[in-house]
Design a protein around this ligand. Structure first.
Ligand SMILES: Cc1cc2nc3c(=O)[nH]c(=O)nc-3n(C[C@H](O)[C@H](O)[C@H](O)COP(=O)(O)OP(=O)(O)OC[C@H]3O[C@@H](n4cnc5c(N)ncnc54)[C@H](O)[C@@H]3O)c2cc1C
Length: 385
């Protein structure tokens, strides 16, 4: 076992931290309630951080999920919010692993140089919710390709994306042996969709650029299909492992931000003649959260290591997301408590980060569903669904 950090990884962390220095907490605060951090995303794109997972032959940096994790972690640990740009890193993984050579040559270089944004991933639907195989968006075969009808909800960054990866049913549920069959993944060029796709912003408790997407009679050519028709479930599962590891990394970054902010404030703030952090009622929750965040970071590191070696990592990726989202929420509460009333004041950024990090208990997959995955698939217990 080797827990040392490579020189390259350490350099990446320092460089990302420096880049984030141009976007202090006031920048993120002033974007609220709903302005997209366009300047930040452009700076990250120009520096090449968002194309780190794209192989060098397609113009990316050819790095792994380990490095991508460090990038997102540092963004969140600096007080920012990697959610604005994380999908541009990993959604392309479905094209990379399941697309044809022609699709890779056509799209990946444009995504790598930032001229094309692929950062919308349309899976969730209002009726199916977490039960993804029961989605109702349908893509029917035509002579030229497919025609799509349906509705997606919580499709984040669709208004800031040129392309959207879309999951749709190409074979009715009643005609397939298993519910995971008959689903297909499409790459939708939103610039050419016209009136067939209507995107409406969906306001949430934090600044997240999420939307509802209404699709009615969208015509797609056959080459919009990524991978085999009916085999879309496999294609999105691969993308989901990367997503879970990267979300875990944002949580680790958030957790470290909360712990650092809380311990500094608790050391400085004097009440009853001594720093509040000298009281174990204040100190121990912060110390406990620190332990939880660092433990989650180790599971995240293992998941990323497995992913980068091409080994199965479903259990570790899920556990990393579960543990890191719980740890960052624990740290968020310890930080809010330590700040007393000031934790609720906008100028301290605690309440903003508190709202932002809470999302990850629910999205991109609810922690209950992760527990069910571990219970069913890893521990072999009876299925609840
Ligand atoms: C800000 C935001 C951004 C998002 N971005 C995207 C995106 O870009 N693309 C996308 O496709 N989706 C996105 N999502 C959707 C997100 O992935 C879903 O909200 C999430 O998967 C839960 O689905 P749901 O909201 O329908 O909840 P439901 O499935 O209705 O679940 C509601 C509650 O019931 C629990 N539950 C449901 N079934 C079970 C069960 N069998 N056992 C135990 N508990 C259960 C869940 O844990 C949850 O707590 C986003 C969501 C938010 C809030």
């Amino acid at each position: 076992m080797d827990f040392s950090t490579s020189r390259e990884l350490a350099d990446i962390r320092v460089a990302v931290r420096e880049a984030c220095g141009a976007f202090p907490p006031t920048y993120w605060r002033d974007l609220e309630p709903d302005r997209y951090p366009e300047e930040f995303v452009q700076a990250m794109t120009a520096a090449g951080w968002l194309s780190c997972l794209i192989p060098t032959e397609y113009g990316g940096a050819g790095l792994g999920v380990t490095e991508a994790s460090a990038i997102l972690e540092e963004i969140n640990a600096s007080g920012g919010n990697g959610a604005a740009c994380h999908a541009q890193m990993y959604v392309m993984g479905t094209i990379l692993r399941h697309g044809s050579d022609e699709q890779k040559r056509r799209w990946l270089p444009q995504i790598a140089d930032g001229s094309m944004r692929l950062q919308a991933f349309g899976i969730t639907e209002p009726t199916a919710g977490s039960d993804t195989t029961h989605i109702q968006t349908v893509a029917e075969r035509t002579a030229e390709g497919f025609v799509v009808r349906g509705q997606k909800v919580f499709t984040s960054r669709a208004l800031q994306s040129d392309l959207m990866l879309l999951l749709a049913r190409t074979a009715p549920l009643e005609t397939v042996d298993r519910s995971t069959e008959g689903l297909s993944v499409f790459l939708v060029d939103l610039r050419e969709a016209g009136d067939a796709v209507v995107i409406r912003p969906l306001a949430t408790m934090m600044n997240h650029a999420t939307t509802e997407v209404f699709i009615d009679g969208l015509r797609l050519s056959a080459d919009a299909l990524i991978g085999r028709e009916g085999a879309g479930w496999r294609a999105i599962l691969d993308a989901m492992n990367a997503e879970r590891i990267l979300i875990a990394s944002e949580c680790v970054g958030d957790g470290r931000w909360f712990v650092e902010k809380a311990s500094r404030y608790a050391s400085d703030r004097v009440v009853f003649g001594k720093p509040i952090g000298a009281n174990q009622g204040v100190q121990f929750p912060i110390a406990r959260a620190h332990g939880a965040v660092e433990a989650a970071a180790l599971v995240r590191d293992k998941a990323a290591w497995l992913f980068d070696r091409g080994e199965p990592c479903g259990a570790e990726a899920n556990m990393a997301k579960l543990l890191a989202s719980e740890a960052s929420w624990q740290a968020a509460n310890a930080c809010l408590d330590a700040h007393g009333g000031w934790g609720f004041a906008r100028d301290y950024d605690v309440e903003r980060k508190f709202r932002e990090t809470r999302l990850y208990m629910t999205a991109p997959v609810a922690n209950n569903l992760i527990l069910a995955h571990l219970g069913h698939h890893v521990l072999g217990m009876p299925r609840s669904y």
